[in-house]
Design a binder for this molecule. Structure first.
Ligand code: TYD
Length: 209
């Protein structure tokens, strides 16, 4: 945590369809009811520049070289932290963020081309070493996540269309990250009821508030 940080920074991680958006909304509502200023943001795409980068990484037709893809996510992150997240934390807001550097390590690392430690170092360079106070990992079996996404009946983006083994490696990558930093991570079983999951998150956050 940086010395100027007044607020609290919570990131939500997990595979596609694990319920991050629902939990972010529940958490924001709870915090606002307690009088906290909340900024809900996301990566990729939490800034104006980020929206442009998001369009490239998620909707570009055709391949993007793995290192180029990792750099695009890192560029989005660098700009997002510098212009959105850090100012909000300095104001004293609670920042609730869908995805951060753990997404890069889990997803870009799962492609087997890039080294997970290098991907993490790249993001840490991009953000001058900023790490969240709490990272909630919504852990879900990829086949169950797929069923949820199918039920939504929306077209898949580039990464959602990846094969199931890829998503299994993403999940394993996340669980390794959580094991390595238990003080930063809260791992919850995303198959549970949304309200029950929200209660677990609140309990952990209460200690930090
Ligand atoms: P997101 O908009 O959170 O989609 P969803 O709501 O389906 O979770 O994320 C978009 C995709 O971007 C998601 O498949 C994961 C991927 N991603 C990476 O591969 N690396 C990253 O660093 C980030 C932030 C996201």
């Amino acid at each position: 945590m940086t010395s100027e940080r007044q607020g609290l920074w919570v990131t939500l991680e997990g595979g596609d369809g694990s319920g991050k958006t629902t939990q972010a909304a529940l958490l924001a509502g709870w915090l606002e009811a307690r009088g906290r200023a909340v900024l809900h943001t996301r990566e990729p795409g939490g800034s104006e520049v980020g929206v442009l980068i998001r369009d490239i990484v998620l909707h570009h037709r055709g391949d993007i070289a793995p290192r180029a893809e990792a750099l695009l996510y890192a560029a989005d992150r660098a700009h997002h932290v510098a212009t959105v997240v850090r100012p909000a934390l300095q104001r004293g807001d609670v920042v609730i963020q869908d995805r951060y550097l753990d997404s890069s390590v889990a997803y870009q690392g799962a492609g087997r081309v890039l080294d997970a430690d290098e991907v993490r170092s790249l993001s840490l360079w991009a953000t001058e070493g900023e790490l969240p106070d709490l990272t909630v990992l919504l852990d879900l079996d990829p086949s169950q996540a797929r069923r949820r996404l199918d039920a939504e009946d929306k077209p898949f983006d580039r990464l959602e269309a990846e094969q199931e083994e890829f998503h299994t490696r993403v999940r394993e990558g996340y669980l390794r990250l959580a094991e390595a930093e238990p003080e930063r991570f809260l791992v919850v079983d995303a198959t549970g009821d949304a309200e029950d999951i929200a209660t677990l998150i609140r309990a952990r956050l209460s200690v930090l508030l």
